[in-house]
Write a protein that binds this ligand. Structure first.
Ligand code: ZN
Length: 269
């Protein structure tokens, strides 16, 4: 990547509806390389990361950081650790999840790499322990699944939380960002435009959910069929999960009540 210093990537061979072109695994550093996210444990992927590190002039992999604990981001972490001797870090809220992590981090922490510092930005929503990593010198944010290069991310309850997600997007507006480097899809050159688009999109979906309820369309599959019309079938359940996430947010806010499988607008008090 031309405009970036000491930063490169290797995309895992796991393309799909949710993973787009595959998981972007980022490499940072000069001689001591830090890797953000390792998707797959197989030789093709681990060997690919090691070859990419070597191409950058790296002498060894020093650290592995994970944006979150979904398999397409952490599934190869222990395999890369085994091959390279790197230390694996994980969000403190997920301590013990991998059963082999060496250190943990929390929002506000600073983690050094051979080329600068990364600030940990806790961004719950997609996953409650999700963290983005911010490189202040180059003004770059590694976004994991919080923001994707294309399309939108799924918010799967009960761990996924729509209110937290929107708040985690708003939090990013305070950072000075030049580029977003997502866990899937291409680099984003208009960070604030994209963040605002993501916030607006969720608020639009929320209004659409409320409209559906107003029309008496009050079960999740029917609401999802209306507002996520035209989704390819492998993504239908993801659409339903996001509708559920919106409904849970509205229930917590006292704007919707649940009766069995039906969701109703709360009577105005
Ligand atoms: Zn992902």
């Amino acid at each position: 990547m031309k405009s970036l210093e000491y930063i490169d990537y290797f995309t895992a061979a796991n393309p799909g509806y949710m993973t787009l072109n595959g998981t972007n695994q980022y490499l940072l550093g000069r001689e001591e390389i830090t890797v953000i996210d390792v998707a797959l444990p197989g030789e093709e992927n681990i060997g690919g990361i090691l070859a990419q590190a070597e191409e950058m002039g790296g002498k060894r992999i020093e650290k592995i950081l994970l944006t979150h604990i979904h398999r397409d981001h952490c599934g190869g972490a222990l395999a890369l650790k085994k091959r390279s001797g790197a230390r694996v870090g994980l969000c403190a809220l997920r301590a013990g999840y991998l059963g082999g992590e060496d250190f943990t981090y929390a929002g506000g922490d600073s983690i050094s790499y051979d080329g600068g510092e990364l600030a940990v930005v806790h961004t719950p929503g997609h996953e409650s322990g999700h963290c983005c990593f911010y490189e202040p010198r180059q003004r770059i944010l590694f976004t994991g699944d919080h923001i994707l290069g294309q399309g939108t991310t799924v918010i799967p309850p009960p761990d996924g939380n729509m209110a937290a997600y929107i708040h985690s997007l708003e939090k990013l507006l305070k950072l000075k960002i030049r580029l977003l480097l997502p866990g899937h899809g291409p680099v984003i050159h208009d960070p604030y435009g994209k963040i605002q688009e993501y916030i607006d999109h969720r608020l639009l979906r929320e209004r659409e959910v409320l409209e559906c309820l107003g029309e008496g369309r009050n079960m999740i599959p029917a609401i999802a069929a209306k507002i996520y019309a035209g989704l390819p079938s492998p993504l239908v359940s993801a659409g339903q999960l996001s509708v559920e996430a919106h409904l849970l947010k509205l229930i917590r806010e006292g704007r919707v009540v649940r009766e069995g499988e039906r969701y109703l607008l709360a009577a105005k008090g």
